[in-house]
Design a protein around this ligand. Sequence first.
Ligand SMILES: Cc1cc2nc3c(=O)[nH]c(=O)nc-3n(C[C@H](O)[C@H](O)[C@H](O)COP(=O)(O)O)c2cc1C
Length: 201
Amino acid sequence: MSTSTQFLNAVKERRSVYAISSESTISDKEIVELVETAVLHSPTSFNSQSSRAVVLLGEHHHKLWDITAETLRKIVPTEQFEGTAQKLASFKAGHGTVLFFEDQNVVKHLQENFALYAENFPIWSNQSSGILQFVVWTALSEQGLGASLQHYNPLIDDEVKSTFGLPAEWKLIAQMPFGKVVTEPGEKEFLPIEDRVKVFQ
Ligand SMILES: Cc1cc2nc3c(=O)[nH]c(=O)nc-3n(C[C@H](O)[C@H](O)[C@H](O)COP(=O)(O)O)c2cc1C
């Protein structure tokens, strides 16, 4: 097998891209279809389909980062807030944001129905979200869009849910702002692969 399959090339190319613009390389309809495909086909434990996604575009995307800035302004020391505000502005400068949630109703029902695995379901739910995040991230990257992974949850959860009318049982896991790449990320350093993958054959 060659390591230059289309899929592995996309895996290699995906990076955290922080310098993004409000333009997009694909239409909003294609962005939504990309997220829907990722949600539909990413695996979840027991095929529970616990993952939820919200695509924020235009003023809704701006609103998210305004909420985040106002929330952080209240808790970040004034002298540090300028840096935080700049970082949040760089996300707001993007084209949109994908919010990743896990439906806690689904997790709760699994725990009730399969008591033997009760402790594992929240872990597997998080892992399922991670897989979905990676699929969306890599698919956006393959379309020439830059994205990064952010975690302002749980600070912003209540206001995000009330602003966008989302169910209380949806737990916010991550935020992925994306847009056209303005500056490519720098070189990445790698630990020796032999220390990370052991092979017995
Ligand atoms: C589970 C997870 C959580 C992360 N959380 C954040 C985050 O909160 N903020 C951020 O800027 N990057 C976050 N990252 C991005 C990593 O810092 C980044 O993926 C890593 O440094 C490798 O760089 P690359 O994405 O360019 O390959 C996260 C990545 C993962 C996998």
